[in-house]
Design a protein around this ligand. Sequence first.
Ligand code: ZN
Length: 365
Amino acid sequence: MIKITKEFDELEKYKDKFNKYLLSKQLSYTFRKKKRVCLFNEINKEYLKYYLKYIKKLKEYKKKFKDFDINSIDYKKIVEGIDFVKTHKSELAIGKNEALKEIIISINNIFNNCEKEKIYFNFIISKIFDWNDFRKNKLETLFLIFYKIGIEVCPYCNRNFVSVFKTNKLKTIDYAIPDIDHYYSQVLYPYLALSLYNLIPSCNLCNSKFKHDLDTLNNEILNPYINGFEDKAFFKIILPNNDNILNLRMLNNQEVKDSCSLVIEEKSYTIPQIRKSIDIFDLENIYNEVHRNKAIYEILRMIRLYDANYINSVFEDYNKDNFLEKDLELQKYLLDEVDDFLQEPLAKLKHDMHEQAKEYLRRSP
Ligand SMILES: [Zn+2]
């Protein structure tokens, strides 16, 4: 789980596009062979009544609205919800997590004890805040926004690429963008379907298979726009032979592989979202199953590098020619480390392995 450190720019531009999109959205139904259309901005009680009557008859929604008695629905409540959404468009477009959370709480308060009205409200909002339609029609906007923020790897797992790029190989579009996860599920909170700070470029596995419609309001995981593991959770290889580095040096790679395991160790237990995120994305298991061998190899390589005083000798050689001046820079260069973990798959794992190797060497006699 990696924090997205770069900030979005051109927020006003996004807000404009979002507003224009909402202004163009409409609901429609057919009554006595005549199509009746209503813009989002003009939705009122009367229109909603007919609209519900209409969708209740449609095959695909019959089940969903089967218990809805048109006369017992409090349409004023629904209009109140819609009006709240209309008056909070700016926060919805570019508000950060706290603002989005407040909106959820306010809307939940409006529909307190009005479950049917809430279902109907969510349904209407999902027709207006239509992510699939927005993604299709505003692809260039999304492309530019996410191209600039420049995330190459999934912030949830740090394993799969989520690059944004141009291509002319796709039939109708020129822009390739990855899956976008909604931190707050668009099924549960449809009014947040287009909120910029609710959109997280993510790999397909994390988005659709693991996180899915998890209710992150009541089941909070780390939100990459706020924090990641950083120095609070580390990938760690549990080594055999009481972690004695001298013993480790004598083992061959296969022996080590057979007797090591990989865990994600928390340095602080004050953030419950860390363990929850590890569980939801099955990170400990995936890293163990897929990346453990690479990580062990990396540790052994590091220990051998350091052991031979390799870094120091290279540093001295390079330094003579003033090739690189800072120790730290040289180390990063030799160890092939990146500063931004969202630029390269497994960068956090690699970083933590290096730290672990260094720690062993500090302690070794
Ligand atoms: Zn992922």
